[in-house]
Design a protein around this ligand. Structure first.
Ligand code: AHG
Ligand code: MN
Ligand code: MN
Length: 332
Protein backbone atom coordinates (compact mmCIF):
# COMPACT_ATOMS: atom_id res chain seq x y z
CA UNK A 1 0.00 0.00 0.00
CA UNK A 2 1.49 3.41 -0.83
CA UNK A 3 2.55 5.75 1.93
CA UNK A 4 -0.58 7.89 1.94
CA UNK A 5 -2.22 8.36 5.27
CA UNK A 6 -5.68 6.91 5.79
CA UNK A 7 -8.44 9.38 6.66
CA UNK A 8 -8.83 8.08 10.22
CA UNK A 9 -5.09 8.25 10.92
CA UNK A 10 -4.86 11.75 9.46
CA UNK A 11 -7.65 13.07 11.69
CA UNK A 12 -6.31 11.32 14.82
CA UNK A 13 -2.75 12.53 14.04
CA UNK A 14 -4.04 16.06 13.56
CA UNK A 15 -6.16 15.84 16.73
CA UNK A 16 -4.60 19.03 18.17
CA UNK A 17 -5.47 21.05 15.03
CA UNK A 18 -9.06 19.75 14.74
CA UNK A 19 -10.75 21.30 17.79
CA UNK A 20 -13.62 18.87 17.30
CA UNK A 21 -11.67 15.74 16.44
CA UNK A 22 -12.33 13.99 19.72
CA UNK A 23 -13.25 10.33 19.19
CA UNK A 24 -16.93 10.94 18.46
CA UNK A 25 -16.24 13.69 15.91
CA UNK A 26 -13.72 11.46 14.13
CA UNK A 27 -16.30 8.66 14.02
CA UNK A 28 -18.86 11.10 12.56
CA UNK A 29 -16.49 12.01 9.73
CA UNK A 30 -15.83 8.30 9.16
CA UNK A 31 -19.58 7.64 8.98
CA UNK A 32 -19.94 10.30 6.29
CA UNK A 33 -16.97 8.74 4.48
CA UNK A 34 -18.70 5.32 4.72
CA UNK A 35 -21.83 6.80 3.12
CA UNK A 36 -19.59 8.21 0.38
CA UNK A 37 -18.09 4.78 -0.29
CA UNK A 38 -21.56 3.22 -0.55
CA UNK A 39 -22.88 5.97 -2.84
CA UNK A 40 -19.69 5.83 -4.93
CA UNK A 41 -20.19 2.11 -5.46
CA UNK A 42 -23.77 2.66 -6.73
CA UNK A 43 -22.75 5.67 -8.88
CA UNK A 44 -19.96 3.65 -10.47
CA UNK A 45 -22.26 0.85 -11.55
CA UNK A 46 -25.27 3.06 -12.38
CA UNK A 47 -26.53 1.93 -15.75
CA UNK A 48 -25.85 -1.71 -14.87
CA UNK A 49 -28.45 -1.77 -12.13
CA UNK A 50 -31.90 -0.29 -11.98
CA UNK A 51 -30.66 2.94 -10.35
CA UNK A 52 -30.71 5.41 -13.21
CA UNK A 53 -33.64 7.60 -14.04
CA UNK A 54 -36.43 9.25 -12.13
CA UNK A 55 -38.46 8.00 -9.19
CA UNK A 56 -41.51 9.80 -10.51
CA UNK A 57 -41.62 11.79 -7.26
CA UNK A 58 -41.04 15.52 -6.67
CA UNK A 59 -39.04 16.90 -3.74
CA UNK A 60 -39.77 19.94 -1.57
CA UNK A 61 -38.05 22.04 -4.23
CA UNK A 62 -40.57 20.87 -6.80
CA UNK A 63 -37.76 19.06 -8.61
CA UNK A 64 -37.88 15.58 -10.07
CA UNK A 65 -36.17 13.13 -7.68
CA UNK A 66 -33.70 10.77 -9.32
CA UNK A 67 -33.37 7.22 -7.97
CA UNK A 68 -29.76 7.99 -7.01
CA UNK A 69 -30.89 11.13 -5.12
CA UNK A 70 -33.20 8.97 -3.04
CA UNK A 71 -30.63 6.19 -2.59
CA UNK A 72 -27.96 8.70 -1.49
CA UNK A 73 -30.35 10.42 0.89
CA UNK A 74 -31.49 7.19 2.58
CA UNK A 75 -27.88 5.95 2.82
CA UNK A 76 -26.85 9.09 4.71
CA UNK A 77 -29.93 9.15 6.96
CA UNK A 78 -29.60 5.44 7.85
CA UNK A 79 -25.89 5.68 8.70
CA UNK A 80 -26.28 8.91 10.72
CA UNK A 81 -29.33 7.56 12.56
CA UNK A 82 -27.05 4.86 14.01
CA UNK A 83 -24.47 7.38 15.28
CA UNK A 84 -25.44 8.46 18.81
CA UNK A 85 -23.37 11.64 18.57
CA UNK A 86 -25.73 12.90 15.83
CA UNK A 87 -28.92 14.55 17.10
CA UNK A 88 -30.53 14.91 13.68
CA UNK A 89 -30.02 15.60 10.01
CA UNK A 90 -31.54 17.70 7.23
CA UNK A 91 -31.38 17.24 3.48
CA UNK A 92 -32.28 18.79 0.15
CA UNK A 93 -34.50 15.72 -0.35
CA UNK A 94 -36.50 16.06 2.89
CA UNK A 95 -39.00 18.85 3.68
CA UNK A 96 -38.06 18.95 7.38
CA UNK A 97 -35.12 17.92 9.53
CA UNK A 98 -35.16 14.38 10.97
CA UNK A 99 -34.51 14.45 14.75
CA UNK A 100 -33.00 11.39 16.46
CA UNK A 101 -34.72 11.91 19.83
CA UNK A 102 -33.18 8.79 21.37
CA UNK A 103 -29.65 10.23 20.95
CA UNK A 104 -29.64 11.91 24.36
CA UNK A 105 -25.88 12.48 24.29
CA UNK A 106 -25.81 13.87 20.75
CA UNK A 107 -23.42 16.75 20.07
CA UNK A 108 -23.79 17.43 16.32
CA UNK A 109 -26.26 17.78 13.50
CA UNK A 110 -25.57 17.26 9.80
CA UNK A 111 -27.10 19.03 6.78
CA UNK A 112 -26.47 17.66 3.30
CA UNK A 113 -27.17 17.68 -0.39
CA UNK A 114 -27.05 13.91 -0.82
CA UNK A 115 -26.45 14.06 -4.53
CA UNK A 116 -25.53 17.33 -6.23
CA UNK A 117 -25.69 17.59 -10.00
CA UNK A 118 -28.61 15.18 -10.42
CA UNK A 119 -29.27 16.36 -13.98
CA UNK A 120 -25.91 14.82 -14.87
CA UNK A 121 -26.51 11.34 -13.37
CA UNK A 122 -27.87 9.66 -16.49
CA UNK A 123 -25.17 11.09 -18.76
CA UNK A 124 -22.16 9.91 -16.74
CA UNK A 125 -20.92 13.34 -15.70
CA UNK A 126 -19.31 13.93 -12.25
CA UNK A 127 -21.69 14.45 -9.33
CA UNK A 128 -21.18 14.70 -5.59
CA UNK A 129 -22.41 14.82 -1.99
CA UNK A 130 -22.07 18.07 -0.01
CA UNK A 131 -22.24 18.12 3.82
CA UNK A 132 -22.15 20.57 6.70
CA UNK A 133 -21.69 19.81 10.42
CA UNK A 134 -22.85 22.03 13.31
CA UNK A 135 -22.57 21.60 17.08
CA UNK A 136 -25.94 21.39 18.83
CA UNK A 137 -26.80 24.43 20.98
CA UNK A 138 -27.80 22.03 23.74
CA UNK A 139 -26.19 18.60 23.86
CA UNK A 140 -28.73 15.82 23.54
CA UNK A 141 -31.54 18.22 22.58
CA UNK A 142 -31.44 18.65 18.80
CA UNK A 143 -34.14 21.01 17.54
CA UNK A 144 -35.12 22.79 14.27
CA UNK A 145 -33.10 25.83 15.47
CA UNK A 146 -29.89 23.82 15.20
CA UNK A 147 -30.43 23.67 11.41
CA UNK A 148 -30.66 27.46 10.98
CA UNK A 149 -27.24 28.63 12.13
CA UNK A 150 -24.94 30.93 10.19
CA UNK A 151 -22.36 29.20 7.99
CA UNK A 152 -19.58 30.67 10.13
CA UNK A 153 -20.77 28.40 12.96
CA UNK A 154 -20.04 25.19 11.01
CA UNK A 155 -17.52 22.98 12.82
CA UNK A 156 -16.76 21.06 9.63
CA UNK A 157 -17.83 20.94 5.99
CA UNK A 158 -16.92 18.96 2.94
CA UNK A 159 -17.94 17.17 -0.19
CA UNK A 160 -17.40 13.83 -1.85
CA UNK A 161 -17.00 14.06 -5.62
CA UNK A 162 -17.78 10.98 -7.71
CA UNK A 163 -15.60 11.70 -10.73
CA UNK A 164 -12.60 10.13 -12.44
CA UNK A 165 -11.85 9.06 -8.87
CA UNK A 166 -13.91 9.42 -5.70
CA UNK A 167 -12.47 12.13 -3.48
CA UNK A 168 -13.46 13.46 -0.07
CA UNK A 169 -12.54 17.13 0.47
CA UNK A 170 -12.82 18.20 4.12
CA UNK A 171 -12.23 21.18 6.36
CA UNK A 172 -12.64 21.05 10.14
CA UNK A 173 -11.54 24.57 10.91
CA UNK A 174 -7.90 24.51 9.88
CA UNK A 175 -6.97 23.94 6.26
CA UNK A 176 -8.64 21.93 3.53
CA UNK A 177 -7.53 18.37 2.82
CA UNK A 178 -8.35 15.95 -0.02
CA UNK A 179 -8.59 12.17 0.40
CA UNK A 180 -8.86 9.90 -2.64
CA UNK A 181 -10.70 6.58 -2.36
CA UNK A 182 -8.53 3.57 -3.19
CA UNK A 183 -11.32 1.18 -4.26
CA UNK A 184 -9.00 -1.83 -3.91
CA UNK A 185 -8.61 -1.04 -0.20
CA UNK A 186 -11.94 0.72 0.41
CA UNK A 187 -9.95 3.44 2.16
CA UNK A 188 -9.81 7.22 1.68
CA UNK A 189 -6.09 8.08 1.50
CA UNK A 190 -4.62 11.58 1.91
CA UNK A 191 -3.82 12.72 -1.63
CA UNK A 192 -4.16 16.54 -1.44
CA UNK A 193 -2.89 17.87 1.93
CA UNK A 194 -3.57 21.52 2.70
CA UNK A 195 -5.33 22.59 -0.51
CA UNK A 196 -5.11 26.30 -1.30
CA UNK A 197 -6.34 28.21 -4.35
CA UNK A 198 -3.33 28.56 -6.68
CA UNK A 199 -1.79 32.02 -7.01
CA UNK A 200 -2.20 33.30 -9.69
CA UNK A 201 -5.44 31.42 -10.26
CA UNK A 202 -6.27 30.10 -13.75
CA UNK A 203 -8.72 32.40 -15.52
CA UNK A 204 -11.76 30.10 -15.55
CA UNK A 205 -15.32 31.27 -15.05
CA UNK A 206 -18.28 28.95 -14.49
CA UNK A 207 -21.79 30.29 -15.10
CA UNK A 208 -24.84 29.16 -17.07
CA UNK A 209 -24.81 31.87 -19.76
CA UNK A 210 -28.15 30.56 -20.97
CA UNK A 211 -29.64 32.70 -18.20
CA UNK A 212 -27.97 35.89 -19.53
CA UNK A 213 -31.25 37.64 -20.32
CA UNK A 214 -32.50 37.10 -16.74
CA UNK A 215 -29.55 38.86 -15.08
CA UNK A 216 -29.34 42.48 -13.95
CA UNK A 217 -27.19 44.89 -15.94
CA UNK A 218 -24.17 44.83 -13.62
CA UNK A 219 -23.92 41.04 -13.90
CA UNK A 220 -24.08 41.36 -17.70
CA UNK A 221 -21.32 43.98 -17.58
CA UNK A 222 -19.18 41.67 -15.43
CA UNK A 223 -19.58 38.73 -17.83
CA UNK A 224 -18.82 41.00 -20.81
CA UNK A 225 -15.68 42.12 -18.94
CA UNK A 226 -14.59 38.50 -18.46
CA UNK A 227 -14.82 37.93 -22.22
CA UNK A 228 -13.49 41.24 -23.50
CA UNK A 229 -10.34 41.93 -21.57
CA UNK A 230 -6.69 41.67 -22.49
CA UNK A 231 -6.46 38.26 -20.81
CA UNK A 232 -9.83 36.59 -21.58
CA UNK A 233 -11.20 33.95 -19.24
CA UNK A 234 -12.19 30.45 -20.36
CA UNK A 235 -15.71 29.25 -19.70
CA UNK A 236 -15.98 25.90 -17.95
CA UNK A 237 -19.50 24.87 -16.81
CA UNK A 238 -20.30 21.28 -15.85
CA UNK A 239 -23.71 21.90 -14.29
CA UNK A 240 -22.74 20.03 -11.10
CA UNK A 241 -21.88 22.68 -8.51
CA UNK A 242 -19.57 20.32 -6.65
CA UNK A 243 -17.56 19.59 -9.83
CA UNK A 244 -17.38 23.21 -10.97
CA UNK A 245 -16.36 24.23 -7.45
CA UNK A 246 -13.70 21.49 -7.21
CA UNK A 247 -12.07 22.37 -10.55
CA UNK A 248 -11.92 26.04 -9.53
CA UNK A 249 -10.46 25.10 -6.12
CA UNK A 250 -7.66 23.06 -7.67
CA UNK A 251 -6.92 25.22 -10.76
CA UNK A 252 -8.35 28.57 -9.76
CA UNK A 253 -11.42 30.30 -11.16
CA UNK A 254 -14.81 31.66 -10.15
CA UNK A 255 -18.22 29.97 -10.10
CA UNK A 256 -21.33 32.10 -9.96
CA UNK A 257 -25.08 31.55 -10.10
CA UNK A 258 -26.51 35.09 -10.09
CA UNK A 259 -29.86 36.31 -8.84
CA UNK A 260 -32.17 35.71 -11.78
CA UNK A 261 -35.20 37.76 -12.74
CA UNK A 262 -37.13 34.91 -14.42
CA UNK A 263 -39.94 36.18 -12.19
CA UNK A 264 -39.33 39.96 -12.26
CA UNK A 265 -41.42 40.46 -9.11
CA UNK A 266 -39.51 37.79 -7.22
CA UNK A 267 -35.87 37.59 -8.35
CA UNK A 268 -34.11 34.68 -6.67
CA UNK A 269 -30.98 32.60 -6.57
CA UNK A 270 -31.06 28.89 -7.40
CA UNK A 271 -28.53 27.38 -5.03
CA UNK A 272 -29.44 26.49 -1.47
CA UNK A 273 -27.74 28.26 1.42
CA UNK A 274 -27.66 25.50 4.05
CA UNK A 275 -26.36 22.53 2.04
CA UNK A 276 -24.69 24.00 -1.03
CA UNK A 277 -23.45 27.57 -0.43
CA UNK A 278 -22.47 27.37 3.26
CA UNK A 279 -20.37 24.17 3.23
CA UNK A 280 -18.55 25.21 0.04
CA UNK A 281 -18.07 28.74 1.40
CA UNK A 282 -16.28 27.35 4.49
CA UNK A 283 -14.03 25.21 2.30
CA UNK A 284 -13.37 28.15 -0.01
CA UNK A 285 -12.49 30.46 2.91
CA UNK A 286 -10.15 27.90 4.52
CA UNK A 287 -8.43 27.44 1.14
CA UNK A 288 -7.88 31.21 0.80
CA UNK A 289 -10.94 31.95 -1.34
CA UNK A 290 -14.17 33.90 -0.89
CA UNK A 291 -17.92 33.28 -1.21
CA UNK A 292 -20.58 35.98 -1.45
CA UNK A 293 -24.25 36.36 -2.33
CA UNK A 294 -23.28 39.44 -4.33
CA UNK A 295 -23.39 41.73 -1.30
CA UNK A 296 -22.53 39.80 1.87
CA UNK A 297 -20.16 37.00 2.81
CA UNK A 298 -22.17 33.78 2.52
CA UNK A 299 -20.93 32.59 5.94
CA UNK A 300 -22.39 35.68 7.65
CA UNK A 301 -25.97 35.19 6.37
CA UNK A 302 -28.59 34.44 9.05
CA UNK A 303 -30.76 31.65 7.61
CA UNK A 304 -34.54 32.14 7.73
CA UNK A 305 -35.58 28.72 6.45
CA UNK A 306 -33.94 25.38 5.73
CA UNK A 307 -34.28 25.37 1.94
CA UNK A 308 -33.71 29.04 1.28
CA UNK A 309 -31.92 29.92 -1.94
CA UNK A 310 -29.14 32.48 -2.46
CA UNK A 311 -27.21 33.94 -5.37
CA UNK A 312 -23.65 32.56 -5.15
CA UNK A 313 -20.24 33.93 -6.23
CA UNK A 314 -17.45 31.60 -5.01
CA UNK A 315 -13.82 30.92 -5.89
CA UNK A 316 -10.44 32.62 -6.02
CA UNK A 317 -10.60 35.68 -3.76
CA UNK A 318 -9.32 38.22 -6.33
CA UNK A 319 -11.88 37.03 -8.90
CA UNK A 320 -14.82 37.17 -6.44
CA UNK A 321 -13.73 40.64 -5.27
CA UNK A 322 -13.59 41.82 -8.92
CA UNK A 323 -17.10 40.41 -9.50
CA UNK A 324 -18.39 42.24 -6.39
CA UNK A 325 -16.88 45.51 -7.65
CA UNK A 326 -18.91 45.17 -10.86
CA UNK A 327 -22.06 44.03 -9.06
CA UNK A 328 -22.04 46.94 -6.62
CA UNK A 329 -20.90 49.70 -9.00
CA UNK A 330 -23.31 52.62 -9.14
CA UNK A 331 -22.48 53.37 -12.81
CA UNK A 332 -25.70 54.04 -14.68
P1 AHG B 1 -28.96 19.43 -7.39
O1 AHG B 1 -28.66 18.40 -8.41
O2 AHG B 1 -28.51 19.03 -5.99
O3 AHG B 1 -30.39 19.89 -7.44
O4 AHG B 1 -28.06 20.70 -7.71
C1 AHG B 1 -28.05 21.19 -9.01
C2 AHG B 1 -27.49 22.58 -8.99
C3 AHG B 1 -25.97 22.61 -8.99
O5 AHG B 1 -25.37 21.38 -8.86
C4 AHG B 1 -25.61 23.20 -10.32
O6 AHG B 1 -24.57 24.14 -10.21
C5 AHG B 1 -26.88 23.90 -10.75
O7 AHG B 1 -27.96 23.21 -10.15
C6 AHG B 1 -27.04 23.86 -12.25
O8 AHG B 1 -28.19 24.66 -12.53
P2 AHG B 1 -28.55 24.97 -14.06
O9 AHG B 1 -28.84 23.66 -14.70
O10 AHG B 1 -29.74 25.90 -13.95
O11 AHG B 1 -27.34 25.65 -14.67
MN1 MN C 1 -27.18 20.50 -5.36
MN1 MN D 1 -29.09 17.36 -4.86
Amino acid sequence: MNGNLQLQHFILNEQKKFPYAKGDFTLLILDIALAGKIISSEVNKAGLIEILGLTGKENIQGEQVQKLDEFSNSTLVNILSRNETVGGCASEEMADAVLFEKHTKAKYCVIFDPLDGSSNIDVNVSIGTIFSIYKLSNEGECSEKDFLKKGEEQVAAGYIIYGSSTMLVLTTGEGVHGFTLDPSLGEFLLSHPDIKYPEPPKRYYSVNEGNFKYWDKNVKKYVDHLKNNEKPFSLRYIGSLVSDFHRNLIYGGIFFYPLDYKNPEKPKGKLRLMYEANPLALISKNAGGLASDGKNDILSLKPEELHQRVPLYIGAKSFVEEALAFLNSEEK
